[in-house]
Design a protein around this ligand. Structure first.
Ligand code: PLP
Length: 402
């Protein structure tokens, strides 16, 4: 039988006593204190006119962040995958065909979500770490000319790949399909201009380069995508993720759909305000600079970047470990001795990669230098010999070259 805690034992638990981590994994990342402070403001009811106004402002800021005029722009209440589920389950119906540019773990999840939505999924596998070529997509459309959607990930967090989209978009639209992009990791850190890039539906997450707290998934859909939803034969199976209902709550008559967390919205609004103060171009350049400095330091440590040169993300660096390295020990020592969290490989790369994020508020020189110094100390104890001082010197060189 389960043990029931006594009242006195529960009181004795005391207050939370939390470590102060530097979150340098693939997200969540630390947020600006302004985001935390704004999230601590008094709650509002989910239909309070003041909150509805704040949501309206947040949607407008999101349109700016996505660089879109799409009316259907909102946050799904949930993490990045809730945005994926919302977009895919609203666009797909039983028997529809979706082509998936499977360039890593997260694009693989697009296939999984689509399969569960009853779609016929055509996986277009690409060797991990390398980008998908348009010719592969063209061949798939020849075989499946009635495919409704092509979907892939712009920032594949499992491999550090920055997937070029322009050619894939051209092929997709030449075959009259919808172009769907996962931007969970990229939005706010790399150039994503939804309208200019002709993305029909795009979803993201709050806790990465946007610099907000986890728990919200920004999504945006253009007229074509909205039409596809309106033309469904059957209503979308999920009430909670029904984008037409969510859009009424966010951008329409504000009818009650679900109880949104006002405090998460305050935090998202503040994170977007901070981004606007910085400016998009400056923000992308900042992520590029610190990503480059980190990579230079990593290479000076004698380690390899996993991703194909020319296609590596600035915001997420995937480091390929030599055979003798103990990946788990590296991460555990960084966490216990330095309070630094980084991540390991997923799926087929488990145990072989370190995944390091330079995202949002954390994309700065202090993060780069702190991590490189800690790695220099930890790596030799985990099977990797390093040249003392080389990493920080290499990063410094990048900082002085710009
Ligand atoms: C590219 C990508 N897509 C989707 C997700 C899923 O997001 P979440 O964990 O917030 O549900 C992640 C999370 O790391 C991601 O990096």
């Amino acid at each position: 039988m389960a043990q029931v805690a006594t009242d006195s034992a529960m009181v004795a638990l005391g207050e939370l006593n939390l470590p102060n981590r530097l979150l340098l994994g693939p997200g969540p990342c630390n947020v600006d204190p302004r985001v935390l402070l704004s999230s601590a403001a008094p709650q509002l009811g989910h239909l309070d006119p003041v909150l509805l106004k704040i949501m309206e402002e947040t949607a407008a800021l999101l349109r700016w962040m996505f660089q879109t005029n799409n009316e259907m722009t909102l946050c799904v209440s949930g993490s990045g995958f809730s945005g994926a589920e919302a977009v895919l389950t609203n666009l797909l119906e039983e028997g529809d065909t979706i082509l998936v540019g499977n360039v890593g773990y997260f694009s693989g999840q697009i296939a999984e979500i689509s399969r569960r939505a009853g779609a016929h999924v055509v996986n277009l596998p690409v060797e991990w770490g390398q980008p998908m070529e348009a010719a592969q997509l063209e061949r798939a459309f020849q075989e499946y000319p009635h495919a409704k959607i092509f979907a892939t990930v712009i920032a594949e967090t499992s491999t550090g790949l920055h997937q070029p989209l322009a050619d894939l978009e051209r092929v997709t639209h030449a075959h009259n399909a919808l172009f769907v992009v996962d931007a969970v990791c990229g939005l706010g850190g790399i150039p994503i201009n939804v309208d200019e890039m002709k993305i029909d539906a795009c979803y993201s997450g709050s806790q990465k380069c946007l610099g907000a707290l986890p728990g919200l998934a920004p999504v945006t859909l253009n007229e074509r995508a909205v039409q596809a939803i309106q033309n469904r034969r059957k209503p979308v199976q999920s009430y909670y993720l029904d984008l037409q209902l969510l859009n009424r709550y966010w951008n329409g008559d504000h009818f009650y759909h679900h109880t949104i967390c006002s405090n998460l919205i305050y935090g998202m609004r503040e994170a977007l305000r901070i981004a606007m103060e910085e400016g998009l171009e400056a923000r992308w350049a900042r992520h590029q600079l610190h990503g480059d400095a980190l990579k230079a330091g990593i290479e000076a440590l004698g380690l390899k970047i996993y991703t194909q040169p020319g296609c590596a993300l600035p915001v997420l660096t995937a480091v390929y470990l030599p055979e003798q390295a103990n990946e788990l020990a590296i991460r555990q020592q960084l966490l216990s001795e330095y309070d630094i969290e980084i991540s390991g490989g997923l799926g087929q790369l488990k145990g072989r990669l370190l995944r390091i994020g330079m995202m949002g508020y954390n994309a700065n020189r202090k993060s780069v230098d702190t991590l490189l110094a800690a790695l220099e100390h930890v790596l030799p104890r985990c099977g990797v010999q390093v040249t003392p001082g080389a990493a920080l010197a290499a990063a410094d060189k990048v900082y002085h070259s710009r």
